[in-house]
Design a protein around this ligand. Structure first.
Ligand SMILES: [Ca+2]
Ligand SMILES: [Ca+2]
Ligand SMILES: [Ca+2]
Ligand SMILES: [Ca+2]
Length: 742
C-alpha cells in the first residue's frame, strides 16, 4: 500500500515516523488485497495445491478457489499444457485441457519473450485452446494477462456446441453481468488455431445483455487462424461478439492471421456487437492478414444504431479479402449506425480484394475517413474504396490517393460506388511551384512541392499530414537540371529543390509521391517556360587596341566575350560575334573569342562587338566601343620599265611605275593605292604617272642627250605614305636613232 503523493508532499515528518505510520497502517488497517500465487515449475501438473510445488494449472485452481481477485506471478519459462481432455471432451474446471479462469485474476508474466504458455509444440498438435476466461460465462469477473506469449492453442470442439467451448483458439473471454474488464497487455498471441469455431487467436463474447470492456494493449497477434470451411469462423486473430463491448486496441500488431471459410471475414478482427458496442483501434498495425470473406484485416457487422467504430493512426498493409470485399477494411452493419464510423490518420497500402474495395469497402454504414493515405491497393472495382448500393454515406474527403489528381485509374487508387453515397472531394494533392516563372537559360529557381493545400485550394493543417510526411519524393525535369531535391516530404509538409534551366522551351518538372503523374496533367507537374537569356558582348583587349596602332591593311586581332544574363554554364552561347568599325568587319564564333579585323583605310577607328544569338540566347546589343588608330602604310615605288631605252632625242619614252604597300601594310580591296608618281631626272625631264590600282605610266621625250638617272616619286594618298623609287638609268640616247648600242 502506498501513501498518496499529496500526503507525502504536504506533511513534513521524519522518515522514521513515516515508516512507523506505514507499518502501523499495514498492521492496523490491512487492505483487502488479493492473494498472490507464484508458479514454481513449468510442468503441467494438477495436484490441487499451489505451494512450493505449484504449476500454472495449480495456481489458477488456487486462485479460482480463493474468493476475490488474485495475482499469479508467472516467471520466465515455457509452460506447456499436457493434460489432455478425456476423449477430447471439453472440461471447464481447470482440470484438463485448457486453463479455466473462473474468478478475477491477474496473470503477471516475465515478458512475452520469456514467459510462454503453450498447448502444444506447433500449430498442429495443441491439446485444446490455451486459456478460457469465465468459460461457462456465469461470473462477473475481471481478468488481466500481462507479459506472456500464448501459442499453439488448438480448439477442436464441435461447432455450435451448447457450452460454447468451440470459441477461441488461444484465449476465450466471456463477459457476464455489466462492466467486466478483460485486459491483455504486453503479450503475444501466436500460432493458435480454431478448427471448428470462430476467433483463431482469441474470442470475446458475453452471456446476456450486458456491457464489457476488452483492452488489447501492446500486443502482437500473429499467425492465428480459423479453419472451418462451412460454419461461422470469423476473426482470424480476434472475434468480437456479444452485447455492449467496448474494445480498445492500442499499440498492437496483427500479422499473418487468417480465416478459411469463404463466407467468414475479418482476417484479423471481426466486430459484431449485438447491442451498443464501441471498437476503438489506435496506433496499431495490420499486415498480411487474409480472409476469403469480407475484410482482410477488419470486418464489422454492427447490430445497433448506436454502435461506433474508431480507427486512428494505424497501418494496413498487404491484407487480402481473397474472394470478397474490403482488402483491409469491410465496414458494414445489420442496423445502420447513426454516428459515422470514424477513421483518420491511416495508411492503407497494398491491400487486395477479390471483388471490390481493395483498401476499404463500405457496405450499409456511415463512414467518415480523412487524413489518410490509400495507396497501391487493388480490386476489380474500387481499388482504394468501394461503397455499396446500400444506405449509408461514405464521406472520404481529404485523403491521399497516391495521385494529385485524386482517386482514379491505376496506378492511382480508385473510389467507386454501386449507387450508394460516396464523397471523396476534396483530396490531398501535391502542388509543385517555382519561385520564379518564367525563367531564362541558365537561370535557377527554387521549387516547392507542397501538401499544404487540398484539391480545392483549401489549407491543410500540418497536423493532418502526419501520414504524408516522410513519403518518398521522386523528382524529374526536362530542359534543365535539378539539385538539392529533398527525397522525402519533410515535417513542414513540403519538399523543396532547385531547378536550373539549360535550354529554351517548356520544362516539365515533376515531384512524384507514390503513384503520382509525371506528365503535365496534375498539380505535381509544373510546366515552366524557359526563355532565351539576354546577352552582353564585350571587346576584351580594348586597351591594347587603343595603345597599339596598326597600318592600312594590317590584320588586327580583336578579342571579345559573350556573357549570358545568367552566365554561360551549363549552357554556353554559340554562334557568331561580329566586330565592326562600321565599315570593316570580322566575324568569329563566340567560342573562338577573337577574330582578325583588317582595316582597309587609315584613320581613327571605333570598334564594337555584337553577338548574333542562338537557340538559347538572345542577340546582344553592340558592345561598349574600343578605339584604334590605323596609320598610313609605307610603300615602295618602282619604275618597272622605260621604253624605248635607249631612245633618241625627241623620242617619246614611256615609264611604267608601280607603287606597292610595304608589309604589314597592304592594299586590300576595295582600297587601292592612288595618287601619282612623278618620274623625273631632277631637271626638266619629267612626267607624271597617275596610279590606278597601284600602277601607272607616263611618257616624256628627252630633249638632250643623256644618260639620265630617273627616279619615281610617289606622293602618297590618304592611306599610304609616299615613297621614292631607286634610280632608273635611261641610257644615252642617240641624237639620231641609228645607234644600235644597247
Ligand atoms: Ca502442487
Ligand atoms: Ca480468486
Ligand atoms: Ca474449457
Ligand atoms: Ca479445462
Amino acid at each position: 500500500m502506498r501513501l498518496p503523493t499529496r500526503f507525502l508532499t504536504t506533511i513534513s515528518v521524519p522518515l522514521t515516523v513515516i515508516a512507523l505510520l506505514l507499518l502501523s497502517s499495514a498492521v492496523l488497517i490491512p487492505p483487502a488485497r488479493a492473494a498472490g500465487f507464484t508458479v514454481t515449475k513449468t510442468t503441467d501438473t494438477n495436484d490441487g495445491t499451489c505451494n512450493v510445488d505449484c504449476s500454472l494449472r495449480e495456481a489458477i485452481g488456487a486462485a479460482n478457489a480463493t474468493a476475490g481477485a488474485d495475482t499469479i506471478t508467472l516467471p520466465a519459462g515455457v509452460y506447456q499444457l499436457t493434460i489432455a481432455n478425456a476423449g477430447g471432451v471439453n472440461e471447464d474446471n481447470n482440470a484438463t485441457g485448457d486453463l479455466d479462469i473462473k474468478d478475477s485474476l491477474t496473470i503477471q508474466g516475465d515478458g512475452a519473450g520469456t514467459t510462454i504458455i503453450e498447448a502444444g509444440t506447433d500449430n498442429t498438435n495443441g491439446i485444446d485452446k490455451v486459456i478460457a476466461v469465465n468459460p461457462i460465462c456465469t461470473s462477473p469477473i475481471n481478468v488481466t494477462i500481462d507479459g506472456v506469449t500464448v501459442r499453439y492453442g488448438r480448439n477442436s470442439q464441435p461447432a455450435g456446441a451448447a457450452d460454447f467451448s468451440f470459441t477461441g483458439g488461444g484465449i476465450d473471454w466471456c463477459a457476464n453481468g455489466s462492466g467486466s474488464v478483460f485486459t491483455l497487455s504486453n503479450s503475444v498471441v501466436s500460432d493458435n488455431t480454431n478448427v471448428n469455431g470462430y476467433g483463431g487467436g482469441m474470442n470475446m463474447d458475453s452471456s446476456s445483455a450486458t456491457s464489457y470492456t476488452a483492452n488489447i494493449t501492446n500486443d502482437t497477434f500473429q499467425d492465428n487462424r480459423t479453419l472451418n470451411l462451412t460454419d461461422t469462423a470469423t476473426g482470424g486473430a480476434i472475434n468480437m461478439f456479444g452485447s455492449g463491448p467496448t474494445v480498445n486496441v492500442t499499440n498492437s500488431t496483427f500479422s499473418g492471421n487468417l480465416t478459411t471459410n469463404p463466407t467468414s471475414g475479418g482476417g484479423a478482427i471481426y466486430f459484431r456487437p449485438t447491442t451498443g458496442g464501441a471498437l476503438s483501434i489506435s496506433s496499431s498495425t495490420f499486415t498480411s492478414n487474409t480472409a476469403p470473406g469480407i475484410g482482410g484485416a477488419i470486418a464489422t457487422d454492427t447490430r445497433d444504431a448506436a454502435s461506433t467504430v474508431s480507427i486512428q493512426t494505424s497501418q494496413f498493409t498487404g491484407n487480402t479479402a481473397t474472394n470478397s470485399f474490403g482488402g483491409a477494411l469491410d465496414l458494414d452493419s445489420t442496423v445502420l449506425n447513426t454516428t459515422p464510423f470514424s477513421l483518420s490518420h491511416l495508411k492503407i497500402t497494398g491491400n487486395t480484394a477479390g471483388i471490390s474495395g481493395g483498401g476499404v469497402y463500405v457496405g450499409q454504414s456511415n463512414v467518415t475517413m480523412s487524413k489518410s493515405l490509400i495507396v497501391g491497393n487493388s480490386a476489380p472495382d474500387g481499388s482504394g474504396i468501394h461503397k455499396s448500393v446500400d444506405t449509408g454515406v461514405a464521406n472520404v474527403s481529404n485523403n491521399w490517393w497516391g495521385c494529385s489528381t485524386g482517386p482514379g485509374a491505376a496506378p492511382c487508387d480508385s473510389a467507386t460506388t454501386s449507387g450508394g453515397t460516396l464523397t471523396f472531394t476534396p483530396w490531398y494533392r501535391d502542388l509543385l511551384s517555382a519561385a520564379t516563372s518564367p525563367v531564362a537559360v541558365n537561370q535557377s529557381t527554387s521549387l516547392t512541392s507542397s501538401f499544404l493545400t487540398n484539391s480545392t485550394g483549401s489549407a491543410v493543417p500540418l497536423a493532418d499530414l502526419a501520414e504524408i510526411i516522410g513519403r518518398s519524393v521522386t523528382w524529374a525535369a526536362t530542359h534543365g537540371n535539378l539539385s538539392s531535391t529533398q527525397g522525402t516530404v519533410q515535417s513542414a509538409g513540403t519538399a523543396t529543390g532547385s531547378f536550373q534551366a539549360t535550354s529554351t522551351g517548356t520544362a516539365i518538372i515533376s515531384s512524384q509521391v507514390d503513384n503520382d503523374n509525371n506528365a503535365p496533367v496534375s498539380s505535381n507537374v509544373l510546366s515552366l517556360t524557359v526563355n532565351k537569356a539576354d546577352t552582353t558582348a564585350a571587346i576584351t583587349n580594348g586597351s591594347s587596341l587603343s595603345s597599339t596602332d596598326s597600318v592600312t591593311g594590317q590584320p588586327v586581332t580583336v578579342n571579345y566575350s559573350v556573357t549570358g544574363a545568367f552566365g554561360n554554364s551549363p549552357t554556353a552561347p554559340t554562334g557568331n560575334v561580329t566586330v565592326s568599325d562600321g565599315t570593316d568587319v570580322c566575324t568569329g564564333t563566340a567560342a573562338a573569342g577573337s577574330c582578325n579585323l583588317t582595316f582597309k583605310t587609315a584613320g581613327s577607328k571605333t570598334l564594337t562587338a555584337t553577338y548574333a544569338g542562338d537557340t538559347n540566347f538572345n542577340a546582344s546589343p553592340a558592345s561598349a566601343s574600343a578605339s584604334h588608330t590605323v596609320n598610313k602604310a609605307d610603300t615602295i615605288t618602282t619604275i618597272t620599265s622605260d621604253a624605248p631605252d635607249p631612245s633618241v632625242t625627241g623620242q617619246s619614252v614611256t615609264f611604267n611605275v608601280t607603287v606597292a604597300a610595304v608589309a604589314p601594310g597592304a592594299a586590300v580591296s576595295p582600297t587601292t593605292i592612288t595618287g601619282a608618281v612623278t618620274v623625273s631626272d631632277g631637271g626638266t625631264n619629267t612626267c607624271i604617272a597617275t596610279l590606278a590600282a597601284g600602277a601607272g605610266s607616263c611618257s616624256l621625250a628627252f630633249t638632250s642627250a643623256g644618260p639620265f638617272s630617273m627616279t619615281g616619286v610617289y606622293g602618297g594618298d590618304s592611306n599610304f605614305n609616299g615613297s621614292t623609287s631607286v634610280t632608273n638609268s635611261h641610257r644615252e640616247p642617240r641624237r639620231h636613232n641609228h645607234d644600235n648600242r644597247i
